[in-house]
Design a protein around this ligand. Sequence first.
Ligand SMILES: [Ca+2]
Length: 247
Amino acid sequence: MSFLCAFYALGLRKKMIDSMKNLLFMMIVAVNTVALVGCSKDNPAPMPQSGFVVSKTLIESGEVVSFTNNSQNAIRYEWDFGNGQSATIQNPTMQYNQPGSYVVSLSAFNEDNQAQVSTIIVKVGERYLKSFTIKQISFLDQSGLAHDSDGSGPDIFFYAGKAYNPKEYYTFYFENLKPDDLPITLNMEQTNVKLSDEDWRFELYDLDPLNEALMVYWSFNPKQYSRNNKIEMSGLGYLIDLNYEIR
Ligand SMILES: [Ca+2]
């Protein structure tokens, strides 16, 4: 509750001033004639309007998001981040460490302790392998020969899998690749290839019937690399992006 109290010092009557005998007397009179003439409650406080924005609504585990409070008519806040944690500051941040969907709610309170609540869902997703974009390849094998015997260009596709099972998943393939075809993107045929936090192996194969062969491969833990929805794989004359999406 808020009370706006108005104090008015009643003016000393002239005749009292005229008759005052000393400074002390005047002060006593002045104090005694201060009167509380108005002390009433304000009109009811305006209803609070809860509102906020979040820096990202789809993140990966371990990421920190920041919340910007744009509530109106509020003097106090209660945040519930949906993960068992809460806060009362105006603009908090939160780190989410487990995949899932979290309902974040902000209760905004006005001076009369009335609250309004707003919510946003933050999803902590996982990386799914989507495709490979081939920007550059070596058109010769390590012996300096063309990958295919008839000179038609390699017929390529990717295998992907955990290091102990590297041929579990695969992309569509592209026939008779020529330099002018680059860059090209080979999509995964499977749609739910979740990139786990362990070593994976990604193999580029040539399917030419007379010379079916591994062209190049990379082995690494894809969770250890950038959050930019792609991982650059390079070396030996190859330049290839592994593309993933968060969902
Ligand atoms: Ca060919």
